[in-house]
Ligand binder design. Structure first.
Ligand SMILES: *[C@@H]1O[C@H](CO)[C@@H](O)[C@H](O)[C@H]1NC(C)=O
Ligand SMILES: *[C@@H]1O[C@H](CO)[C@@H](O)[C@H](O)[C@H]1NC(C)=O
Ligand SMILES: *[C@@H]1O[C@H](CO)[C@@H](O)[C@H](O)[C@H]1NC(C)=O
Ligand SMILES: *[C@@H]1O[C@H](CO)[C@@H](O)[C@H](O)[C@H]1NC(C)=O
Length: 274
């Protein structure tokens, strides 16, 4: 065994340790849309170690102080706040909120964490967003998913939007589809029209775009809206993620991602250079 083989084994061991210990997720995700008007899942006490749960609002769109208030999707007083909708900063960058799922984890892992999404499919290639996880998307658990909160983007079987705004549920579009055109956004409550139009403008009405994602420190632009900051936010190591980070967790739960492919390429490159 030559010294360069030894070195490669050491490099492999180092990478293995980084891989197993990393708490910062990155990887490839699928994106969907939702706007169900329900109280977001991260709006309950104790969902994660955070400053306060994600702000909810009453029917008048005023912030509710009581985080124990029941969801408007089940007869309660708490709905989603209209200001938790996406907005464009420029042609290639937007802020927003999402219901997310990261394979191998449960919601205390992501509630109120922020992620950068770089879209990887047309027509959104080269556009990116930073979103805060305000909700949880447990309905599909086979893949990483970011369901972007877009008013009129996708109604569900709940009639919470009708109940929150006193309109017909159909104003919010079809189940699983949302509204059909930018013009249809004009029928939404005024406070939600801009986010609805964002889908047809900046987001180019993309269907299920794919994205790479990495956790980032939450920008105040987002935490000022939700009121929620995670206690571990100051220790987010996006430098590691930027260097080609690994899907988090243990060897048992990882799924193949661009990042793990990069990782394997690094290993192969190391071995071949021996
Ligand atoms: C709407 O939401 C449902 C439930 O999460 C999901 O299955 C569907 O793919 C979504 N539709 C879009 C266009 O995102
Ligand atoms: C868009 O805005 C983001 C965030 O402020 C900034 O980092 C980026 O450089 C801007 N891009 C362009 C093309 O102006
Ligand atoms: C994305 O950016 C890369 C690097 O700047 C560029 O080569 C590519 O043409 C861009 N793709 C699109 C679809 O804009
Ligand atoms: C997203 O793109 C930016 C700019 O190219 C890059 O710095 C960052 O590492 C990328 N992040 C992910 C998760 O792909």
């Amino acid at each position: 065994m030559t010294p360069s083989y030894l070195r490669n084994i050491l490099v492999l061991l180092d990478l293995f340790v980084v891989f197993v210990q990393s708490a910062e997720p990155s990887g490839i995700a699928w994106t969907t849309r939702f706007w169900d008007c329900c109280k977001p899942s991260c709006s309950w006490n104790g969902k994660a170690d955070f400053s306060q749960p994600v702000q909810t609002c009453n029917k008048e769109d005023n912030p509710l102080k009581d985080f124990n208030a029941g969801t408007g999707c089940n007869g309660g007083d708490a709905f989603s706040c209209s200001n938790q909708q996406p907005w464009a900063v420029n042609d290639t960058f937007s802020y927003g909120f999402a219901g997310i799922y990261i394979t191998g984890h449960v919601e205390d892992f992501w509630c109120c964490a922020c992620y950068r999404l770089n879209f990887t499919s047309d027509p959104l290639t080269n556009k990116s967003m930073i979103i805060q996880a305000s909700n949880t998307a447990y309905d599909v658990t086979t893949t990483n998913r970011f369901s972007l909160a877009i008013p009129g983007g996708n109604t569900t079987s709940y009639d919470a939007c009708a109940s929150q705004f006193g309109v017909e549920q159909s104003v919010f579009g079809q189940t699983n589809q949302g509204v059909a055109s930018r013009e249809d956004c004009d029928n939404l409550p005024e406070s939600l029209q801009a986010g609805c139009q964002w889908r047809f403008d900046w987001f180019m009405d993309a269907s299920y775009p794919s994205a790479t994602f990495e956790r980032v420190v939450c920008p105040s632009e987002l935490t000022e809206i939700t009121g929620c900051t995670r206690k571990d936010d100051s220790s987010v190591d996006s430098a590691f993620a930027k260097a080609g980070g690994i899907n988090s967790g243990s060897m048992l739960t990882f799924s193949p991602t661009a990042a793990t492919l990069t990782f394997l390429t690094l290993i192969t490159a190391g071995v071949l250079s021996a």
